[in-house]
Design a protein around this ligand. Sequence first.
Ligand SMILES: [Zn+2]
Length: 81
Amino acid sequence: MAVDDHGECKHCKFDFNGDRIWDKGLEIHGTEEGADRYAESYGARKGFGRFGKQVYVKPYYGDNFKKGETFFKCPECGGRQ
Ligand SMILES: [Zn+2]
């Protein structure tokens, strides 16, 4: 399910809210029908659902590539969320 408010960085207050997904779909496809299909694949719709600017981190450790705990990082200050 899409999110409409991604909040801000708890360290530097960087705004994590990106473009509305539907608006991006309209830009790419040029029609409302195309934008609807595009948004739907993200669980978004017209007026709801934004891309987030946080960086998703999936760490692997050591020679056996042991999986670490996933987390989000701020693209501005690099702070862990
Ligand atoms: Zn930050």
